[in-house]
Design a binder for this molecule. Structure first.
Ligand code: ADP
Ligand code: MG
Length: 399
């Protein structure tokens, strides 16, 4: 279902209450380590300001758990936003109450006011209607551009939206919905999903939904070992989620019956004594992982196999690293797959990468600009690709 966006509404002279995702990583000293999320919200803010609206921004930062934790203040974000944007940016050290009332009253068209961390109040994550009502006072129009938190029904993402007649998507939200929605509805084929990472439990629904839609799923990373275990293979000390092993087995059987939609698992792995850079390691065939060893990356043969498959793909969705890529000796699989995905993008494939760690791996390699789309919403992208309806999206007006 297509959602109304900022470009569908009259903004001149209006007060726009906009939910953005300014949940940026901070260093120990409280400096912003990566301002990608702030930059990602600029198009919507600048558009609304240019159209003559005044803009009140709300966001969360970290998990202050309903307390006013100065280490999770958005003040530092207000400074950075002011540097990045041409319009004046103000900040108020609360998100409800008299101080906000005063600042919003003085706000002129084209001006931006960032409210303090919405999670300073427990009403935010509890989606408390009373708290949502207090937030709703600050605008005439509601805009949600925080795709990354759209899978949470919180006061600033869901409860508040209900209180507005006009509730639309920002441009970042619009783009994410268009790109990810396109993958689920009309992908160019062959469509291949590459899945990895650590926790099968958070991704089993994703695998199940993708099996219905993709031509092939290539599985690497820690999640592969739960599948191996389901096949009765030895996995040594590798990461396994015992509770999910039966489900992995079912998915394998299902994929096997429908010939075209096969799950490809690694044929070889790098195994190490420990997850440490200086640990002893070697390459073994799948099934040859013995006690005392753990799988830490996909092996050369698997890299070649995945590379060959990906070369023919016209659509790719990648989530989750192929190994413990934080450790350079075990980053080879992730790096080679990232390079292959960048290569096929250059020759016309539509490639989408979601997931915090996968995106971090691409950034680190300088390949972030070499794929078609980097999804900014970790958990939200996964839930969307699982086929779930996101509460922060569902509540927005349809076109
Ligand atoms: P994303 O953030 O891209 O969705 P995840 O958070 O699911 O990815 O997984 C990333 C983590 O998975 C990384 O910290 C990585 O070290 C870990 N990982 C990958 N392969 C393995 C493995 N074989 N054993 C243990 N952990 C792994
Ligand atoms: Mg992660």
């Amino acid at each position: 279902m297509l959602k109304k966006t900022l470009s569908d509404v009259e903004l001149g002279g209006k007060r726009v209450l906009m939910r953005v995702d300014f949940n940026v990583p901070l260093s120990k000293d409280g400096d912003i380590v990566d301002d990608t999320r702030i930059k990602a919200a600029l198009p919507s803010i600048e558009y609304a300001a240019g159209a003559g609206a005044s803009i009140v921004l709300m966001s969360h930062l970290g998990r202050p758990k309903g307390k006013k934790d100065p280490e999770k203040s958005l003040k530092v974000v207000a400074y950075r936003l002011g540097e990045l944007i041409s319009c004046p940016v103000k900040f108020v050290a609360d998100c409800i109450g008299p101080a906000v009332e005063e600042k919003t009253r003085g706000l002129k068209p084209g001006e931006v006011l960032l409210l303090e961390n919405a999670r300073y109040y427990s009403g935010e994550t509890e989606n408390d209607p009373e708290f949502a009502g207090r937030l709703a006072q600050w605008g005439d129009i509601y805009v949600n551009d925080a795709f990354g938190t759209a899978h949470r029904a919180h006061a600033s993402t869901e409860g508040v939206a209900r209180l507005f007649d006009t509730r639309v998507a920002g441009f970042l939200m619009e783009k994410e919905l268009a790109v990810l929605g396109g993958l689920l509805t009309e992908p160019k084929r062959p469509f291949i999903a590459v899945l990895g990472g650590a926790k099968v439990s958070t991704k089993i629904g994703l695998i199940a939904n993708l099996l219905e839609r993709v031509d092939r799923i290539l599985i690497g990373g820690g999640m592969a070992f739960s599948f191996f275990k389901a096949m009765g293979l030895e996995v040594g000390d590798s990461l396994v989620d015992d509770e999910l092993v039966p489900l992995c087995g079912e998915l394998m059987n299902k994929a096997g019956r429908e010939k075209e939609k096969q799950i490809y698992l690694p044929v070889d792995c790098i195994v190490a004594k420990e997850a440490r850079e200086d640990a002893e390691f070697k390459t073994v065939s799948t099934g040859d992982i013995h006690g005392g060893w753990m799988g830490v990356d996909i092996g050369e043969k698997t890299i070649d196999l995945f590379h060959e498959e990906l070369k023919g793909a016209r659509t790719v969705f990648w989530n989750g690293p192929m190994g413990i890529f934080e450790i350079p000796s075990f980053a080879g699989g992730t790096r080679r797959i990232a390079r292959t995905i960048a290569e096929i993008t250059a020759s016309g494939a539509n490639t989408v990468v979601g997931g915090g760690d996968s995106v971090a791996a691409l950034n680190e390699m300088g390949l972030a600009g070499k794929v078609t789309h980097l999804s900014t919403g970790g958990g939200a992208s996964l839930e969307f690709m699982e086929g779930k309806e996101l509460p922060g999206v569902a509540v927005l007006e349809n076109k």
